[in-house]
Design a protein around this ligand. Structure first.
Ligand SMILES: C[S@@+](CC[C@H](N)C(=O)[O-])C[C@H]1O[C@@H](n2cnc3c(N)ncnc32)[C@H](O)[C@@H]1O
Length: 298
């Protein structure tokens, strides 16, 4: 009985999120009118960004509450084949050093970069830091690539609360415009993409561009919702595609049907690709996830 309830709730959940977004439309319009920012009404991209920023003040914490038990161990390197594993059997290193976080939004995950989550440090070997498996090291620098200015005040405040002032830098552009900013290619130890690759333009091209910023041996931490997996069946795939006719309009351009694994695998050579649907996700998930870590060759 409870599984029938879970199934129905799972199928209805996207409609609850769409209703939530619709409910915040009047507040968004009133905010724009109060500021006298009339031009926003003639610019869909600006309006949609502003609407989504308002929606995410409520949606973001809800999503974080549901996903924290996955994202914290992910950033510790304690994920294998879609499951959280103990430190002593972890095969990957956690996040540390210099990091690019794509689409941080209002900073829902920024606290995880704070020093309070550090579980170990890199050893220095031949003058190079060697990160330890299953351990999350100190984050020295984060570039938060966030094009939506409506998210920046909350993001800045959360970075400060996490003790990252001076270490967390908001780069106010989209992933497609980071070339020419002051981030050097092959300079970052980790890329973190949590629930953002659904929203970026030209995913395959921009993911491949981003790959070039990883150092040899660098890791890419992924928790993304994606196109339904073949194992979920045709009915879920159809339902997801039907929802996707309206979803991006209400959700800041988010696309439910992204083939993110394909883009990541095609981005460049990998020494290790460990990506899977989380083991506890049901077959009827309408926002099934891609979860895991990719490691660039040394
Ligand atoms: C669904 S929200 C997730 C935010 C955050 N990662 C979280 O989990 O709370 C997607 C984020 O991607 C950002 N985004 C949209 N287009 C982008 C682009 N071209 N480059 C980088 N980020 C983008 C949006 O502004 C938004 O903050």
């Amino acid at each position: 009985m409870s599984s029938l309830f879970d199934l129905l709730y799972g199928l209805l959940e996207p409609w609850l999120l769409l209703s939530l977004a619709a409910g915040y439309l009047p507040k968004t319009i009133v905010g724009i009118v109060k500021r006298g920012a009339w031009a926003t009404f003639g610019n869909w991209s600006a309006f949609s960004s502003e609407w989504f920023a308002v929606v995410w003040t409520v949606g973001g914490p809800m999503v974080r509450a549901g996903a924290e038990s996955k994202v914290v161990p992910l950033l510790q390197g304690r994920v294998r084949a879609g499951a959280v594993v103990p430190v002593d059997v972890a095969t990957q290193c956690g996040v540390g050093g210099t990091v690019i976080e794509i689409g941080p939004g209002s900073g829902m995950w920024v606290s995880i970069f704070s020093d309070k989550y550090v579980t170990g440090g890199p050893e220095v070997k031949d003058g190079k830091p060697v990160f330890k498996k299953g351990e999350r090291s100190r984050v020295d620098k984060v570039y938060g690539i966030e094009p939506n200015p409506g998210q920046h005040p909350a993001l800045r405040a959360r970075a400060k609360d996490a003790g990252l002032e001076g270490r967390y830098e908001i780069v106010p552009v989209g992933i497609e415009d980071i070339a020419g900013r002051h981030i050097a290619k092959e300079s970052v130890d980790a890329i973190v993409t949590v629930l953002c690759l659904c929203s970026i333009p030209d995913q395959e091209k921009n993911v491949a561009e981003l790959y070039q910023y990883l150092k040899p041996g660098g890791r890419w931490f992924v928790y993304e919702h994606v196109k339904s997996h073949p194992s979920q069946g045709e009915a879920i795939s159809l339902y997801q595609r039907a929802l996707n006719l309206i979803w991006p309009t209400f959700m800041g351009g988010c696309d439910l049907c992204r083939r993110t694994e394909k883009s990541l695998r095609a981005a460049g050579a990998w020494a290790d690709v460990d990506l899977a649907m989380p083991v506890d996700e049901p077959w009827w998930a309408t926002t099934p996830h891609l979860y895991g870590i990719l490691t660039k060759p040394e």
